[in-house]
Structure formats: C-alpha cells, structure tokens
Design a protein. Structure first.
Length: 366
C-alpha cells in the first residue's frame, strides 16, 4: 500500500470557479481518511484529482512518493468505487469483478483465484452467476467494492458509495467497509457528506467547506476541540447549539446572551482563557448531549434554566427537546425516562465544563 500526499493542490474550472484551493493532505500508509463537508465543498473534486479524473490546476500530487500529476488514471495503481455502482448490466457478478483483470491480460487461473477470494470476503460466493438486476442495492455495492479488491491497488478511493442505500443498509455497509479496511490493511480515502459515516469510519477526517480545508484530525479531537464554529456545528448530531452574547465581569467572568435570557457565570479556568474577550461579543456553543434533565443531573458546575418546550421527539432510548433561547433554536438530548409534553415549561441543566466559545468576527475557537 502507499502514502498519498497533496501539496497546495488547487482546481479552478473554466470561468474562474475555484472548486478546491491549496489542499494539503498527507494520507499515511494503511490509513482510512474521510473527506467530509456540505454539498459543493470540493471533496469529490479532490478525490477525482487523486484518481486522475480531474486535471490539477496547480500543486503536486504524490502516490507512493511518486509525482503523478501527469500520470493517467490507469497507471496510478488506484481503484475507485462510485456512488452509482457502475456495473455492466449484461455481465454476471463474476464477469463484472473479473473485467479489469481481463483487460490487463491476467492469467485465467489468477483471475479466478482473485475473484473467488474477494467474493468470500464480501459474502458474494452464492451470487457470482447472477446479473446486477437480480441483486439488491447492498449486493450491487459489494460487487463494486469486490471489483476494486481484485485489483489489489495501492489506494482505494470511495466516492459517496452508500448514498443510494436505505438507512439500515447504510449502517451495515459502513461496518463492512470498516472491516474490509482492517482485513486488507489498505490505504483508503472516502468521500461523504454524512458526518456520522465520517465519525464512525475514519482514522482521521478532513473537513471541507467552499473548497478549503478547515480542519484535519481524529474524530474525537474534532468533536472535543473544533477549530472554528463551522467545524463545531458540522460535527455532532444533532449539531451544536449556538447563541451570541457578551462576556462581562460580574463577580467573575460571566456570559450574557444578547437578549439577556441566558446568564452563565464561568469557572476560573474558563475565565482565565477568555479574559482578553471581556466586553466583547462571542458565540457560545453547547452540544445537545451536554444539556441535561435537571431531575437526574447533579454536577456541581452547572446552571439550571427554565425553557418552554416547542417540539418533543421520542427517539427510543432518548428524547430530543427543542426550545428557543433569545432567538436561537436549541435542542437537548435527554434519556427517555418520561416524555415531557410540548408547550410546557421544563427545567434543564447546562454543564459549564462543556462550553465552547468562538470569536464573533473570525468564528475561530477561543
């Protein structure tokens, strides 16, 4: 397997549209890296440049320490799995998986061995004589992955491979691809707009927006230490709650929301970190899972707030509570002990140890 390195890679289309700007990523050997971001952020364009399907406007791309900017896709020793499977409808599963090897003039016995090995890994042994129309969406996607496996490439590329599957199949295929990575010890680069996929599958995650990388880190670091407000809001489901306010000095550093509904006295460590923002506007962020039902939360460093519930969503083992503070929409995740009713007042506790703060102008984490 191999490293993949992008150095200041930029893609500009005709007309001046910048799809990706100064992309710097170093994917280590055998690492699973996920590119994630909203639609149009440049993640698929970046993947297609690695594959050689998009020309690089400027910058350098290295695979296995060799510069491949001008190397054709077939000579890059990569395999790509597409969103729409891209199977040949007139061929059987076996023929689809073997097709690339036949083009490269592999011996019949080796082709048979590779296809059978891949079919065994993916649970496709009983489907080799079927054609794609006789398969489910999940089975077709496994065939597409199998076609990549038989190539034994240096790098696997996945372009939103699960987006056509239903929710249950997505979870199943997510697990299968993660197991596949562990079993093959392969270098994999995976594109998705689904942050749950990114968090559960990636060794590291590259978060993109508007063609720019905002942060590259492990899932836990992105969740706990987001570099800016965009990353904080993108990672986590439901997303982080935000409210704008000012830091004032009232018997210690205190956050006051714009409309004064929310007042939080901060602990000493937070006060020390935020002291340079005294009198300035900041964004406060708190994750839904860090807002608790006061009836069952007893932490010392917390503050209680009475809210008017607008929407209550039972999710099985937990309940999502929607309410408004100032003019900001909030959501809390609480255990499903007893379902509160909409249009009633509920006392919740905010864990002051879990607060995030962002500069109001730059939106960078403080």
């Amino acid at each position: 397997m191999a490293e993949v390195t992008l150095k200041n890679v930029t893609k500009v289309y005709e007309g001046g549209q910048v799809a990706a700007k100064d992309i710097n990523i170093n994917v280590h050997d055998k690492e699973f890296v996920v590119l994630v971001g909203p639609s149009g952020c440049g993640k698929s364009t970046t993947l297609r440049m690695i594959a050689g399907l998009e020309e690089i406007t400027s910058g350098e791309l290295f695979i296995d320490n060799k510069k491949v900017n001008d190397v054709s896709p077939k000579d890059r020793d990569i395999a790509m799995v597409f969103q729409n499977y891209a199977l040949y409808p007139h061929m059987t599963v076996y023929e689809n998986m073997a097709f690339g090897l036949k083009l490269r003039k592999f011996p019949k016995e080796e082709i048979k061995q590779r296809v059978n090995d891949a079919a065994k890994i993916l649970g496709l042994e009983d489907y080799l004589t079927r054609k794609p129309k006789a398969l489910s969406g999940g089975q077709r996607q496994r065939v597409a992955v199998g076609r990549a496996i038989v190539r034994k490439p240096k790098v696997f590329l996945f372009d939103e491979p699960l987006s056509n599957l239903d929710a249950k199949l997505r979870v199943q295929m997510r697990t299968e691809i993660s197991k596949l990575h562990q079993n093959l010890g392969a270098t994999m680069i995976y594109v998705t707009h689904d942050q749950t996929e990114a968090m559960t599958m990636g060794d590291r995650i590259v978060i993109m927006k508007d063609g720019i990388i905002h942060q590259i880190d492990t899932p836990l670091n992105l969740y706990n230490q987001p570099i800016n407000k965009f990353v904080a809001g993108f990672i986590g489901s439901p997303s982080m709650n935000f409210i704008e306010g000012t830091l004032v000095h009232e018997n210690g550093l205190t956050f006051k929301s714009k409309e004064k509904f929310l007042t939080l006295k901060l602990n000493e460590s937070l006060g020390e970190r935020l002291k340079n923002y005294l009198g300035k506007s900041v964004w406060l962020g708190i994750r839904p899972e860090d807002i608790y039902d006061s009836d069952s939360f007893t932490a010392n460093n917390s503050v209680k707030v009475d809210v008017r519930l607008e929407v209550v969503e039972p999710m099985g083992n937990e309940i999502f509570l929607y309410f408004t503070i100032d003019s900001s929409q909030f959501v809390a995740r609480i255990p499903a002990r007893k379902k509160p009713e909409p249009n009633t007042t509920k006392t919740l506790s905010i864990d002051l140890n879990k607060l995030h703060f962002f500069d109001a102008d730059s939106e960078k984490s403080i």
